[in-house]
Write a protein that binds this ligand. Sequence first.
Ligand code: PLP
Length: 437
Amino acid sequence: MLYHSTNNTSYRVDLKEAILRSLPPDNGLYMPDSLPVLGDEFWQNWRDLSFQEIGIAVADAFFGTDVPAAALREIVDGTLTFDAPLVTLSPGDHILELFHGPTLAFKDFGARFMARLMAWLTRDENRLLTVLVATSGDTGGAVASAFHNVPGTRVVILYPKGKVSGLQEKQLTALGGNITALEINGSFDDCQALVKSAFLDRELSENLNLTSANSINLARLVPQSFYYIHAARQLPEGVKPVFVIPSGNFGNLTAGLLAMKLGLPVEHFIAATNRNDVVPEFLNTGTYTPRPSVATISNAMDVGSPSNFVRMQALFGGSWQDMKSTISGMWFSDDLTRAAIREVKSVYDYKIDPHSAVGWLAARTWRGAHPCSTTITLETAHPAKFPDVMEAELGQGSVEIPERLAILANREKVAIQMSTDQAAFREWLLASNSSAR
Ligand SMILES: *Cc1c(COP(=O)(O)O)cnc(C)c1O
């Protein structure tokens, strides 16, 4: 399969280039040249398949021409080491829990799959693949966890000294093995500037086999479509779900559209956002106006210029009419979100994080207007990731930190101290690469 840029469909590259480079040089995003469809053989018995079997079939539909079946099976099995259970709050009101992975957010699915696919794509090179990331907190943790112990890879994380939370720092510094943390005596922007200087240094970039594990990498979208199919098959036969997706960069929603293109029966999609409502506004008015983001309590959705919007447009051939007949948009304020967190706890005895609370509000609004419909709201993160908001609404000590995260808190922090000097950073990268081999 070849992949083209959304900016120029005649700019085509192979799978390895699309995944290891993440982005085409023209600043578009990669899309598969033809969108795969799963055949009757799959849809005749899809409801009886396991999560892993669904993942293998979907991965094969996208990557089967480039990656042998046995390797894909290993990549999928290594990714899906935890479940995505469907929880029912009341009839027709379902929540898909996507936070059972190591870093407590749905991004674990995409990051783990990408890490394994990258390792496979570089398996014949006798050089390590070095993943460089600058982080202000969460992204670095998800990438580090995803690549931890993946053979043939190492991760170098740059984070600003004193500017990430204690638990976040442990996620970056306590894993050990092929994960190295550099504590930079500077800001997040300084960290980004160092990473950028390494990528612009062609000799360094090629010698060290650098890659960026960018969040808009196509390899992160495909595994996110697995759980749409896995969720829908848990409903009674014949019930078509309305999927509600709390959104920021719209990768998760795009993955849902890919699942629909694969043949999954879906009633409708709802794009739920906080006050950063660029996409709901577009769906309602036809006018797309990206703008600077504003801060909210669902901060992973504070995006004013969503990167996957161009992929959504491509999937509807640029037609606003077609997009809005499949997707509706809604946004909710922080005050309503806080009230929803309290209501879901008091009525259903369920603790919902601020991002998923936005989704739950959209689902309820939709069911109010369409009483026969069945909604599945994607729960994008575990509430323990947002202790300040949860405790403000539900009281002190109201959310326990899951064991898998709490364990890290007692581990030792190991970080290499570094200044913002580019030459020193370059030297360290080269020296550490030869000793890591
Ligand atoms: C990243 C993230 C989102 C937004 O997902 P997109 O795919 O960027 O739309 C929503 N909630 C949480 C908790 C996230 O981490």
